[in-house]
Write a protein that binds this ligand. Structure first.
Ligand SMILES: Nc1ncnc2c1ncn2[C@@H]1O[C@H](COP(=O)(O)OP(=O)(O)O)[C@@H](O)[C@H]1O
Ligand SMILES: [Mg+2]
Length: 288
């Protein structure tokens, strides 16, 4: 518990804050003739979380514990049933051009080349063609796709698609990154490579690092990458544990070794122990 209590405390205003959040979703009735009371699901129950500017927070938890709902609240896509969400001190607004949102599946448009995919958020922001192209090429270089500018979605591997999605997410230089299981659909090796590359880009931000909220069900990935790990449990969705990960940075260049260090094993072990039955032996947080 030592580091857990002051994980989000800071004198500066938090970049993102959730105060007493409750979220209930009404479920549609099964059929027209269904006269039973409408059922509902408590997606989030009394969630309180403050995220300081520049912090890399991992949200870990089984399917259904409300991780995506929290992200959608930051993005302004879901308004809480009760409680207050603030982003940079204000209620979330839609669209918020200061947010980049990335998903497990790349969601690239099949008729756009890699370069034009990365240009998309810049078009939305009204950048002219020349600037857009220059920025897209710079971003594709950053994720190691220098020679893939003209390729279309179906010509790219799943790993390359996620790189393009990462480049697109970073292109407009948002100060908040919402990453919803961004590497979950990748094979183990590609996943490690992309984790390292993403972490390198983020750590290179130095004093002006972006605020990252990174959803994963992989506890090792959370501890490897994040400054702070928030573990959630389902039904109702709630925060079970909130700890600071004080592994030294930069970590990006030796992620492969970090997971075999004593410190790393101590942190993951203490998380397992504190949650007892709630975490399955393979590192995934048990849900149903
Ligand atoms: N739009 C919605 N309508 C009804 N139920 C929803 C909706 N969005 C999420 N839920 C429910 O809320 C709970 C939390 O969902 P979600 O935030 O997607 O969890 P996670 O991302 O952790 O898997 C789940 O039980 C899910 O079925
Ligand atoms: Mg989700």
């Amino acid at each position: 518990m030592s580091a857990a209590t002051d994980a989000g405390n800071s004198l500066a205003e938090p970049k993102v804050s959730f105060t007493n959040i409750h979220q209930v979703f009404e479920l549609p009735k099964q059929s027209k003739n269904d006269t039973g009371a409408a059922s509902s699901v408590v997606a989030l129950d009394n969630v309180n979380l403050e995220i300081p500017d520049g912090q890399f927070v991992a949200l870990v938890g089984a399917s259904g514990c409300g991780k995506t709902t929290l992200m959608n609240m930051i993005a302004g896509l879901v308004k809480p049933t009760a409680g207050t969400v603030k982003v940079s001190g204000k209620p979330p607004r839609l669209p918020n051009l200061d947010i980049g949102y990335m998903f497990a599946r790349d969601a690239l448009l099949p008729w756009r080349s890699a370069r034009r995919s990365v240009e998309l958020p810049l078009e939305v922001r009204g950048w002219d063609r020349h600037r857009r192209r220059e920025r897209a090429d710079e971003m594709l270089d950053l994720v190691g796709l220098r020679d893939k500018h003209t390729q279309y979605r179906n010509q790219l591997s799943q790993g390359m698609r996620q790189r393009v999605a990462l480049a697109r997410t970073l292109a407009s230089d948002p100060s908040i990154l919402l990453m919803d299981e961004p590497f979950a659909a990748l094979d183990a090796r590609t996943k490690l490579t992309l984790e390292g590359e993403f972490l390198r880009i983020w750590e290179d931000g130095g004093d002006s690092r972006k605020t990252v909220i990174f959803v994963t069900h992989d506890l090792d990935e959370a501890v490897l990458l994040a400054d702070r790990v928030v573990i959630m449990l389902p039904r109702p969705g709630r925060i079970a544990k909130d700890i600071i990960v004080d592994l030294p940075r930069p970590r990006a260049d030796h992620l492969g070794e970090v997971r075999y260090t004593e410190e790393f094993r101590e942190i993951t072990q203490s998380l397992f122990d504190s949650l007892e039955g709630a975490i399955a032996p393979d590192g995934e947080v048990a849900g149903r």
